[in-house]
Unconditional design. Structure first.
Length: 275
Protein backbone atom coordinates (compact mmCIF):
# COMPACT_ATOMS: atom_id res chain seq x y z
CA UNK A 1 0.00 0.00 0.00
CA UNK A 2 2.74 2.45 0.96
CA UNK A 3 4.91 1.60 -2.02
CA UNK A 4 1.95 1.97 -4.35
CA UNK A 5 0.88 5.38 -3.02
CA UNK A 6 4.47 6.65 -2.94
CA UNK A 7 4.82 5.87 -6.64
CA UNK A 8 1.60 7.67 -7.52
CA UNK A 9 2.80 10.80 -5.70
CA UNK A 10 6.46 10.96 -6.65
CA UNK A 11 7.63 8.28 -9.10
CA UNK A 12 10.29 9.47 -11.54
CA UNK A 13 8.79 10.85 -14.73
CA UNK A 14 10.14 11.15 -18.28
CA UNK A 15 12.64 8.32 -17.72
CA UNK A 16 11.08 5.90 -20.21
CA UNK A 17 10.33 3.31 -17.54
CA UNK A 18 7.34 2.32 -15.48
CA UNK A 19 4.91 5.06 -14.55
CA UNK A 20 4.92 8.86 -14.39
CA UNK A 21 3.74 10.63 -11.24
CA UNK A 22 2.08 13.98 -10.81
CA UNK A 23 4.91 15.03 -8.52
CA UNK A 24 7.63 14.38 -11.16
CA UNK A 25 10.20 12.68 -8.90
CA UNK A 26 9.47 14.81 -5.83
CA UNK A 27 11.40 13.94 -2.69
CA UNK A 28 9.74 11.67 -0.13
CA UNK A 29 9.91 11.50 3.65
CA UNK A 30 8.26 8.19 4.45
CA UNK A 31 6.96 7.46 7.95
CA UNK A 32 6.29 3.79 8.65
CA UNK A 33 3.68 3.55 11.38
CA UNK A 34 1.81 0.95 13.37
CA UNK A 35 -1.92 0.82 13.78
CA UNK A 36 -2.23 3.19 16.74
CA UNK A 37 -3.47 6.72 16.08
CA UNK A 38 -0.75 8.03 18.38
CA UNK A 39 1.73 6.73 15.81
CA UNK A 40 -0.11 8.60 13.07
CA UNK A 41 0.05 11.80 15.13
CA UNK A 42 3.77 11.33 15.70
CA UNK A 43 4.33 10.77 11.98
CA UNK A 44 2.41 13.93 11.06
CA UNK A 45 4.42 15.99 13.53
CA UNK A 46 7.70 14.48 12.30
CA UNK A 47 6.81 15.33 8.70
CA UNK A 48 5.83 18.88 9.67
CA UNK A 49 9.09 19.33 11.56
CA UNK A 50 10.95 18.50 8.37
CA UNK A 51 9.10 21.40 6.67
CA UNK A 52 7.30 18.97 4.37
CA UNK A 53 5.42 20.81 1.63
CA UNK A 54 2.67 18.18 1.56
CA UNK A 55 1.58 15.47 4.00
CA UNK A 56 -0.25 12.69 2.14
CA UNK A 57 -2.45 10.44 4.27
CA UNK A 58 -4.02 7.45 2.56
CA UNK A 59 -5.48 6.33 5.86
CA UNK A 60 -8.46 6.72 8.15
CA UNK A 61 -10.04 5.35 11.28
CA UNK A 62 -8.40 7.66 13.82
CA UNK A 63 -10.18 9.56 16.56
CA UNK A 64 -10.08 13.32 17.24
CA UNK A 65 -6.90 12.86 19.27
CA UNK A 66 -5.04 13.30 15.96
CA UNK A 67 -6.42 16.82 15.46
CA UNK A 68 -3.73 18.64 17.42
CA UNK A 69 -1.04 17.09 15.19
CA UNK A 70 -2.94 18.12 12.06
CA UNK A 71 -3.35 21.66 13.37
CA UNK A 72 0.37 21.80 14.17
CA UNK A 73 1.32 20.65 10.65
CA UNK A 74 -1.01 23.19 9.05
CA UNK A 75 0.53 25.91 11.20
CA UNK A 76 3.96 24.84 9.97
CA UNK A 77 2.81 25.39 6.37
CA UNK A 78 2.27 21.79 5.26
CA UNK A 79 -0.54 21.07 2.80
CA UNK A 80 -2.74 18.32 4.27
CA UNK A 81 -4.23 15.74 1.89
CA UNK A 82 -6.26 12.78 3.16
CA UNK A 83 -8.28 9.94 1.68
CA UNK A 84 -12.06 10.00 1.79
CA UNK A 85 -13.82 6.82 2.86
CA UNK A 86 -14.35 3.81 0.63
CA UNK A 87 -18.02 4.10 1.59
CA UNK A 88 -20.46 6.45 -0.15
CA UNK A 89 -21.99 7.77 3.10
CA UNK A 90 -19.70 7.02 6.05
CA UNK A 91 -20.74 7.54 9.66
CA UNK A 92 -18.47 10.25 11.07
CA UNK A 93 -20.16 10.48 14.46
CA UNK A 94 -17.36 8.57 16.23
CA UNK A 95 -19.52 6.15 18.25
CA UNK A 96 -17.70 4.18 20.97
CA UNK A 97 -17.78 0.90 19.06
CA UNK A 98 -16.72 2.18 15.61
CA UNK A 99 -13.70 3.77 14.02
CA UNK A 100 -13.90 7.44 13.08
CA UNK A 101 -13.17 9.27 9.85
CA UNK A 102 -10.14 11.25 11.01
CA UNK A 103 -7.90 12.74 9.63
CA UNK A 104 -10.40 13.46 6.82
CA UNK A 105 -13.13 14.70 9.15
CA UNK A 106 -10.84 17.37 10.63
CA UNK A 107 -9.47 18.47 7.27
CA UNK A 108 -12.88 18.76 5.59
CA UNK A 109 -15.61 18.32 8.21
CA UNK A 110 -18.91 16.99 6.95
CA UNK A 111 -20.96 19.89 5.57
CA UNK A 112 -18.02 22.20 4.82
CA UNK A 113 -17.18 20.93 1.33
CA UNK A 114 -19.17 23.61 -0.55
CA UNK A 115 -17.58 26.38 1.55
CA UNK A 116 -14.89 27.90 -0.65
CA UNK A 117 -13.25 29.55 2.34
CA UNK A 118 -12.74 26.36 4.36
CA UNK A 119 -9.21 25.47 3.28
CA UNK A 120 -7.58 23.34 5.97
CA UNK A 121 -6.64 20.80 3.32
CA UNK A 122 -8.09 18.39 0.79
CA UNK A 123 -10.12 15.20 1.25
CA UNK A 124 -10.01 13.10 -1.90
CA UNK A 125 -12.61 10.72 -3.27
CA UNK A 126 -12.13 8.26 -6.14
CA UNK A 127 -13.27 8.76 -9.73
CA UNK A 128 -13.37 6.13 -12.45
CA UNK A 129 -11.50 6.53 -15.72
CA UNK A 130 -14.58 8.13 -17.30
CA UNK A 131 -14.57 10.91 -14.70
CA UNK A 132 -17.60 9.75 -12.72
CA UNK A 133 -17.42 8.73 -9.07
CA UNK A 134 -16.66 5.11 -8.28
CA UNK A 135 -19.76 3.76 -6.55
CA UNK A 136 -17.81 2.63 -3.47
CA UNK A 137 -16.26 6.06 -2.86
CA UNK A 138 -17.45 8.75 -0.45
CA UNK A 139 -19.92 11.19 -2.01
CA UNK A 140 -20.87 13.47 0.89
CA UNK A 141 -20.15 17.13 1.63
CA UNK A 142 -17.00 16.06 3.46
CA UNK A 143 -15.28 15.57 0.08
CA UNK A 144 -13.04 18.29 -1.37
CA UNK A 145 -11.98 17.00 -4.81
CA UNK A 146 -11.57 13.77 -6.75
CA UNK A 147 -8.79 11.94 -8.58
CA UNK A 148 -8.70 8.64 -10.43
CA UNK A 149 -8.95 5.64 -8.13
CA UNK A 150 -10.55 2.86 -10.14
CA UNK A 151 -11.45 1.57 -13.56
CA UNK A 152 -14.88 0.43 -12.41
CA UNK A 153 -17.11 0.18 -9.37
CA UNK A 154 -15.44 -2.81 -7.75
CA UNK A 155 -13.08 -2.82 -4.77
CA UNK A 156 -11.97 -6.37 -5.62
CA UNK A 157 -8.55 -7.38 -6.84
CA UNK A 158 -7.35 -8.04 -10.34
CA UNK A 159 -5.91 -5.63 -12.86
CA UNK A 160 -8.76 -3.13 -13.05
CA UNK A 161 -7.39 -0.40 -10.80
CA UNK A 162 -4.65 2.24 -10.84
CA UNK A 163 -1.15 1.16 -11.91
CA UNK A 164 1.79 2.04 -9.66
CA UNK A 165 4.91 0.74 -7.98
CA UNK A 166 4.81 -2.43 -5.89
CA UNK A 167 7.20 -4.33 -3.58
CA UNK A 168 9.23 -7.24 -4.98
CA UNK A 169 7.58 -10.67 -4.77
CA UNK A 170 6.15 -12.12 -2.68
CA UNK A 171 3.71 -9.97 -0.66
CA UNK A 172 0.34 -10.97 0.73
CA UNK A 173 -1.78 -8.93 -1.68
CA UNK A 174 -0.24 -10.74 -4.67
CA UNK A 175 -2.91 -13.38 -4.04
CA UNK A 176 -5.51 -10.87 -5.30
CA UNK A 177 -4.00 -10.96 -8.78
CA UNK A 178 -2.92 -7.31 -8.73
CA UNK A 179 0.76 -7.73 -9.66
CA UNK A 180 1.77 -7.02 -13.25
CA UNK A 181 4.89 -6.57 -15.40
CA UNK A 182 5.95 -3.30 -17.02
CA UNK A 183 9.08 -3.01 -19.19
CA UNK A 184 10.20 -6.43 -18.00
CA UNK A 185 9.89 -5.59 -14.29
CA UNK A 186 7.26 -7.19 -12.06
CA UNK A 187 7.47 -4.45 -9.42
CA UNK A 188 4.12 -2.93 -10.42
CA UNK A 189 0.50 -3.59 -9.49
CA UNK A 190 -3.06 -2.35 -9.84
CA UNK A 191 -4.88 -1.20 -6.71
CA UNK A 192 -8.29 0.41 -6.20
CA UNK A 193 -9.58 3.00 -3.75
CA UNK A 194 -9.53 6.52 -2.42
CA UNK A 195 -6.03 5.69 -1.16
CA UNK A 196 -4.87 5.65 -4.78
CA UNK A 197 -6.58 8.95 -5.61
CA UNK A 198 -5.08 10.80 -2.63
CA UNK A 199 -1.37 10.73 -3.61
CA UNK A 200 -2.21 12.08 -7.04
CA UNK A 201 -3.62 15.20 -5.37
CA UNK A 202 -0.58 15.29 -3.08
CA UNK A 203 1.70 15.16 -6.11
CA UNK A 204 -0.16 18.07 -7.68
CA UNK A 205 0.20 20.10 -4.48
CA UNK A 206 3.93 19.35 -4.50
CA UNK A 207 4.14 20.44 -8.13
CA UNK A 208 2.50 23.75 -7.29
CA UNK A 209 4.92 24.28 -4.40
CA UNK A 210 7.79 23.55 -6.80
CA UNK A 211 6.82 26.47 -9.03
CA UNK A 212 5.62 28.71 -6.16
CA UNK A 213 7.56 27.66 -3.02
CA UNK A 214 6.15 30.43 -0.86
CA UNK A 215 2.50 29.95 -1.73
CA UNK A 216 0.50 29.51 1.47
CA UNK A 217 -1.00 26.08 2.09
CA UNK A 218 -4.53 27.48 2.18
CA UNK A 219 -3.97 29.20 -1.17
CA UNK A 220 -2.72 25.95 -2.76
CA UNK A 221 -5.84 24.16 -1.50
CA UNK A 222 -8.08 26.91 -2.85
CA UNK A 223 -6.35 26.86 -6.23
CA UNK A 224 -6.67 23.08 -6.64
CA UNK A 225 -10.39 23.26 -5.89
CA UNK A 226 -10.96 26.28 -8.14
CA UNK A 227 -9.29 24.62 -11.15
CA UNK A 228 -10.84 21.15 -10.73
CA UNK A 229 -13.03 19.71 -13.44
CA UNK A 230 -16.40 20.93 -12.21
CA UNK A 231 -15.42 24.51 -13.11
CA UNK A 232 -16.22 26.22 -9.86
CA UNK A 233 -19.30 24.24 -8.93
CA UNK A 234 -19.62 21.75 -6.06
CA UNK A 235 -21.55 18.50 -6.01
CA UNK A 236 -22.24 15.28 -7.85
CA UNK A 237 -20.28 13.27 -5.30
CA UNK A 238 -16.94 14.57 -6.63
CA UNK A 239 -16.63 17.70 -4.51
CA UNK A 240 -15.22 20.45 -6.74
CA UNK A 241 -14.47 17.84 -9.40
CA UNK A 242 -11.57 15.77 -10.71
CA UNK A 243 -8.30 17.67 -10.35
CA UNK A 244 -6.77 19.41 -13.39
CA UNK A 245 -2.99 19.63 -13.00
CA UNK A 246 -2.54 21.72 -16.13
CA UNK A 247 -5.01 24.35 -14.98
CA UNK A 248 -3.76 24.37 -11.40
CA UNK A 249 -0.08 24.83 -12.27
CA UNK A 250 -0.86 27.47 -14.89
CA UNK A 251 -2.92 29.37 -12.35
CA UNK A 252 -0.11 29.11 -9.81
CA UNK A 253 2.17 30.70 -12.41
CA UNK A 254 -0.41 33.51 -12.84
CA UNK A 255 -1.15 32.51 -16.41
CA UNK A 256 -4.58 33.23 -17.87
CA UNK A 257 -6.19 29.82 -18.29
CA UNK A 258 -9.54 30.97 -19.68
CA UNK A 259 -10.43 32.20 -23.15
CA UNK A 260 -11.60 35.83 -23.27
CA UNK A 261 -15.33 36.55 -23.44
CA UNK A 262 -17.38 39.58 -24.43
CA UNK A 263 -20.93 40.76 -23.81
CA UNK A 264 -20.94 42.97 -26.93
CA UNK A 265 -23.80 42.05 -29.25
CA UNK A 266 -23.54 44.86 -31.81
CA UNK A 267 -20.83 47.48 -32.18
CA UNK A 268 -21.86 51.09 -32.77
CA UNK A 269 -20.17 52.94 -35.63
CA UNK A 270 -19.77 56.71 -35.63
CA UNK A 271 -21.17 58.56 -38.63
CA UNK A 272 -18.37 59.44 -41.01
CA UNK A 273 -15.95 56.93 -39.54
CA UNK A 274 -13.42 55.49 -41.94
CA UNK A 275 -13.60 51.72 -42.29
Amino acid sequence: HGTHTAGLACADSDNGFGIASLGFDCSLYIAKIGGACSNVSAAVIAAANRSSDVISMSLGGCRPSINSALSYALGRGSILVAAADNNPTPDNSCPPTNDCAYPAEWIQPEGTGPNKGFNRGLVVTAAKYDGTRASFAQMTSGVSVAAYGSAGNSLSGGQQGILSTWPPPTVSSDSLGVRTTVNGSNRFAYLVGTSMATPQVSGLAALIRAVKPNMAAQRVVELIKATAGSCGTYGGGLGWGVIRADQAVASALDKDTHAPTSNVRRAKRRRGAIN
